[in-house]
Design a protein around this ligand. Sequence first.
Ligand SMILES: NC(=O)c1ccc[n+]([C@@H]2O[C@H](COP(=O)([O-])OP(=O)(O)OC[C@H]3O[C@@H](n4cnc5c(N)ncnc54)[C@H](OP(=O)(O)O)[C@@H]3O)[C@@H](O)[C@H]2O)c1
Length: 325
Amino acid sequence: MAKRIQFSAHGGPEVLEYRDYTPANPGPHEVRVRNHAIGLNFIDIYFRRGLYKPASLPSGLGTEGAGEVEAVGSEVSSVRVGDRVAYATGPLGACSELHVLPAANLVRLPSGISFEQAAAVMLKGLTAQYLLRQTYDVKAGETILFYAAAGGVGSIACQWARALGARLIGVVSSEAKAERALQLGASACINRRREDIGQRVLELTDGNKCAVVYDSVGQATWETSLDCLQARGLLVSFGNSSGAVTGVNLGILAQKGSLYVTRPTLASYADTHAHLQAMADELFAMISSGRINVDISQRYALKDTAQAQIALAAGETVGSTVLLP
Ligand SMILES: NC(=O)c1ccc[n+]([C@@H]2O[C@H](COP(=O)([O-])OP(=O)(O)OC[C@H]3O[C@@H](n4cnc5c(N)ncnc54)[C@H](OP(=O)(O)O)[C@@H]3O)[C@@H](O)[C@H]2O)c1
């Protein structure tokens, strides 16, 4: 028996229940992890609201966590009982004391990285890794635009861009968040509540605009983001914080300068254990060398996941939030 967060219908934070449940025994290629810390992510809100659909209802929630291996399936040789592990993809259900998932979704934690740090950085840090190093290989001297620069993914992206020698212009909603993003490595920030994003990008780049725009806001900013790109620039639309982008007229990409657009997900980059491990190795190296500091700005008890989601959805959080079982 264990405690977990589950939901039986889509809706507001009130649909989240803190319930007893009995985790399944691990299948041949699966592992049962006793979570010590769980990461809170915007994707959890999409699943709760129904923008993304769980396999079935009632469903567990969450995809990011870190803990100790408690049981392994008969075919598992990559990890052993007692190993310290972390994960960022896999079946929903991380918001729980115990989580059963495929061994291929786990990485072993280096000794210098705590469970809380890992839960705070696995999903968000691996996302920053693929966005800045794979979707587009950001080079020193290039200018990129990054939305929600003081948030979970954004705080890591600011630091990673600084380490790469790139110029990251952050979009944020307050002066406090701007200050924070600048401290983390953003070269400049645009306050989306007070400034015109397109106009400020023109000014900050002497009319040259950006090679890449990383837009996690979605519906509200899609067209503005296209206007911030150089000819043949790349829009990386990687989130739906304001709602999903739908009904796109491809002709707009021609009108605005033969632009490229991609809508990536972490699962299709960390699609094999080898890819996942390589991405995690790079992330952990950035942390152990001090180039990325893992900032846990909010901690909640697991039973208070609904309150944590309310704060995340309202833009009240900065950096990472962890849930503690
Ligand atoms: N595709 C992928 O692989 C992938 C992986 C991880 C995360 N993501 C996406 O990346 C984004 C960031 O995720 P996160 O978990 O790190 O969250 P977060 O950035 O900590 O929080 C979301 C931030 O988005 C900004 N925002 C702008 N418009 C908003 C709106 N209408 N409603 C709510 N927030 C709004 C807010 O920052 P300001 O107040 O500063 O504007 C808010 O703090 C999310 O869209 C998430 O879905 C995508």
